[in-house]
Structure formats: C-alpha cells, structure tokens
Design a binder for this molecule. Structure first.
Ligand code: ADP
Length: 477
C-alpha cells in the first residue's frame, strides 16, 4: 500500500515512492511512502494559510478537544504504534511503546495549555486607557524533524503549535515517515479541520528549501544535525522567519571518586548505550576522577558487554540496531578513528544476527583525551570516550570544553560537588546522579552553544515560540 502525504485533509501522492525498511531486518519493509515534490510544498503552504485563521477563531476548547483526542488515541494504541515505531526506527519494543505513550501524554498536556493560554490586563500610564497584552498564533509553522524520536519529537512540536492556534506543515525525516503518517491519521480522525495539519514526507534538501524560502511560512522549528541547522538558520534569516533549532550534543557524564559505584555504572551505561546511543542527550564523554578510574572502567566494560544487542522486536533485546547502513558506516569509521587517535577500543564491532540488520556492539574508547576528534564530534552511536581527570575543577573545565551545551551529568555523593557542577555546567539540562539522557515533558527542553538556538521546547515555555505578543490600548472615550 502506498502511504500518501496529507495536504488540506486529502491524501496526495508525490514525486517518488520510497520503501520504508526495517533496520532490524532489511528484508522487511513497512510499505511504500510517497515522497513529496516542491509543488506539493506549495500546496501545503496554501492549505495551511487558508485554514489557520479559522482554527484560531474556533477557540481554546475546540483545539483542546482535538489534542486530547489525539493523546487518548496514542495512549490507547501505544502497543501497536510502539511496535510500528520499533520496526521503523529500530529502538526496542519497550522504548517504542514508551515513546508512543510519551507522545500521547504530550498531546494531553498541550490540550490543557490551549485552555490555560493567558495574557495581562493593565491600566495605561495615561488616564482612562486600558492595556491588554495577549498572545496570538505565529501563523503557519514548518516542523522539520529527525528520525531518532520519530513520534515524540513530531508530537512535542505539533501539539503546542496546534494548541496555540497555528497551522502545521510537518516534514519528518526520510527514514521514519510511518510514525509521522500515523500522526496525520490520528489528527484527522480527532476532527482537526482540513489544512490545519499537513504532512510532507520526503527529502530534506528538496522540501527544506521549498518551505524555508516560502513567504507563506512564518516560523520553522527544526531538530537535526548542526550542519543542517546552520543552513536552515541562514535560509530562515533571509526571509526573517521565526526560528527554533535543536541540534547535537557531546554530553559529559562526570564520575567522581565519591560516587556510588553501582549507580554510576548503571547511569553512565544507560546514558551512553541505551537507544543505541542515538539520543542527542546521550553521554558520549565519560569523565572519571583518577581514584575510581580503574575500578569504574572495569565495571562499566563488564556492564556494557552484558547488553543484549539484537532485533528490536525481540523481547530479550536491550539495544536495537543502528538506524541505517549509512549511520552504521559512520559509527564504524569513528571506531577506527578512535584507534588511530591512540585509544584502546573495547567493543564497537559490527555484529551479525539471525536477520540481516545494522547491528553494532557498544564501545568504549579508553585513554581518550578531550582534544581528540572522538571526544569533540557527535558520533550518534553506542560509543563513549572515557577521559581521566584529577579533581572537580578539571572535570568541570573538561565538561565545558566543547562546542555543544545540551545536557550533562555528575555522579557524586558530595552535595558540594553536585552544587558546584550544577552552577558551572554550561548546558541547558544538568543531572545529578542520573544519566545525561532522560527528560520530562512539562519542563523546558533545550541547550546552549551549538546545541540549540531560539526559545526552548516543551513545558510551559513552548508557548514562547508558537505565539506572538500583541499589546492593545483601548480608550473608551
Ligand atoms: P541526520 O544527519 O541525522 O539525518 P539532518 O540534520 O540531516 O540529520 O536531518 C534532520 C531533518 O532535516 C530531516 O528531516 C532532514 O530531511 C531535514 N533536512 C535535511 N537537509 C535539509 C535542508 N537542507 N533544509 C531543511 N531540512 C533539511
């Protein structure tokens, strides 16, 4: 069956038909997906522009009802949708189901936010005049999403966009159109008027410019790589579009001598290897204090080697395949680079399993320094550089010595070290005695430096990107 784009409430074929391949088993495909052409982007913008004012005028309850129904459908169907997600992206079944549940909860949270949207009423400085300060939708927003959280990232962009009265054009990653397509079905079934949510599946280098250069698109929210983010920013600046970018990380996890060893091993292993390391908040630099170094690395390696890597849909699997052959080749080239740069590499080999998929064992790069490319570039695979430091000051300096600033973590039993790290860590999200990965939806998500640009996503701060302020003065006469 051909899965089509969604424009103005209607299915629409595209320029190409692409098979959606299961990374755990390349003989299995999820079906054919219609990849849109530039002309389809034009139609999507027209539809969104026409529909948006009515969606805002329909009022908060109407918007909340649609979002709540989408949330309920995601939650009720989490097992089936989660399975499809795992088949498409390769994360384990438990993670696929968990991510679907999370997406449902996000829609429900923003159903409430639609109703709670607020402003201010003040007296003017001039007698007899009232001032209302209120929020209005930005208009038409283009949402460009990556493959690693194929349902929750589209959800955490789409839900606030719709809650606050915008019309959406979603451009999901090439590798994961099925989750976005499903989201389109649920939003339509929930009663969203035609044109409010449009889906353009297909190639970023084609559809990206078609949306970014279009004067009918008011704002762009992008999650992906730094290189693509930079080019998105340049295009958005040319037409003065409102912009939000979430990009990479090279997130440090500091392990101090006084850490609870069991907790530290579990948190760093989880942060580095779970989800095949394909999280922008993954712990890819593990910075260990000298006194605990030998004991910790020995335990971490033992823990790493216990992970069961395999078919994402198999019950016993703890780490699924890499998402694609291209990503696998990139990961393997970093494993080779680590050796060339002088690290002792444990793990990281390509693995074969019963089904033909993109399997790779998790890896640590021992003896890394923070100058090496493997400590500076985001790999986006199950690989972590292990670095050694003498004390907290050196650990903090090393943690901050990176182009990125998304998430960080410290493992310590010292309140002083924890406080110091929280204060001085140059990131958007800092964790104490927790992995660097793992976030809640009701609080801000985002980073600093090359990791993020523009207002924060999620939580109560999401409204800042998806609305504009209007100050209205009234003189009753
Ligand atoms: P990755 O390398 O992990 O695929 P990308 O940053 O290339 O990360 O992809 C993130 C999203 O950006 C995807 O939906 C992709 O299709 C899209 N994209 C790729 N190139 C462009 C571009 N030139 N303009 C806009 N979006 C793009």
């Amino acid at each position: 069956m051909l899965h089509m784009n969604l424009i103005d409430g209607q299915p629409r074929a595209g320029g190409e038909e692409i098979a959606n391949i299961n990374p755990s088993d390349t003989s299995d495909t999820l079906g054919l997906y219609a990849f849109a052409a530039a002309a389809d982007a034009e139609a999507a913008v027209q539809a969104a522009r026409a529909a948006q004012p009515g969606w805002w005028d329909a009022g908060p309850q109407a918007r909340a009802n649609v979002l709540d129904a989408v949330g309920s459908a995601l939650i009720a169907r989490k097992d089936e949708i989660g399975r499809m997600l795992s088949r498409e992206e390769g994360k384990t079944l438990a993670e696929g189901i968990g991510e679907t549940l999370r997406a449902g909860q996000i829609f429900k949270f923003f159903a409430g936010e639609a109703v709670r949207m607020s402003g201010d009423h003040l007296r003017s400085l001039r007698p007899g005049i009232d001032v209302d300060v209120g929020r209005e939708p930005v208009g038409v927003v283009a949402l460009i999403t990556p493959w690693n959280f194929p349902i929750s990232i589209p959800a955490w962009k789409t839900a606030p966009a719709l809650a606050f009265g915008n019309a959406v054009i979603l451009k999901p990653a090439e590798l994961t159109p099925a989750c976005a397509h499903l989201l389109g079905e649920l939003i339509t079934a929930a009663g969203a008027p035609p044109g409010i949510f449009n889906l353009l599946m297909g190639r970023g280098d084609l559809l990206g410019p078609a949306l970014l250069d279009h004067p009918g698109v008011d704002a762009v929210s992008f999650t992906g790589s730094v290189a693509t983010g930079r080019s998105v920013a340049q295009s958005a600046a040319r037409s003065l579009k409102r912009l939000q970018l979430e990009m990479g990380g090279k997130n440090p996890c500091v392990v101090m001598d006084d850490a609870d060893l069991d907790l530290a091993v579990e948190a760093t292993a989880n942060g580095a290897f779970v989800s095949t390391g394909q999280r922008c908040t993954a712990s890819s630099r593990i910075i260990v204090q000298r006194g605990i170094y030998e004991q910790f690395t020995e335990r971490l390696i033992a823990r790493m080697q216990k992970y069961r890597v395999g078919n994402a849909l198999a019950e016993e699997t703890q780490i699924g395949p890499v998402v694609s052959d291209r990503q696998l080749q990139s990961n393997l080239s970093y494993v080779e680079l680590a050796k060339k740069e002088g690290c002792e590499v444990i793990g990281g080999d390509r693995l074969s399993r019963d089904t033909d998929g993109f399997y790779q064992g998790p890896a640590v790069f021992l003896g890394a320094t923070n100058r090496m490319r493997v400590s500076r570039e985001e790999i986006f695979g199950p690989c972590a550089a292990i670095l050694q430091v003498d004390d907290l000051d050196e650990a903090i300096a090393m943690a901050n010595d990176t182009e990125f600033g998304l998430a960080s973590s410290i493992m310590t039993s010292s309140l002083r070290s924890a406080q110091e790290f929280k204060r001085r860590s140059q990131v958007g999200m800092v964790n104490v005695n927790l992995p660097s990965a793992g976030v809640d939806y009701h609080v801000p998500f985002g980073g600093r430096k090359a990791s993020s640009y523009g207002p924060r996503e999620q939580g109560r701060t999401a409204v800042d990107f998806y609305t504009l302020w209007k100050t209205a003065y009234t003189f009753a006469g």
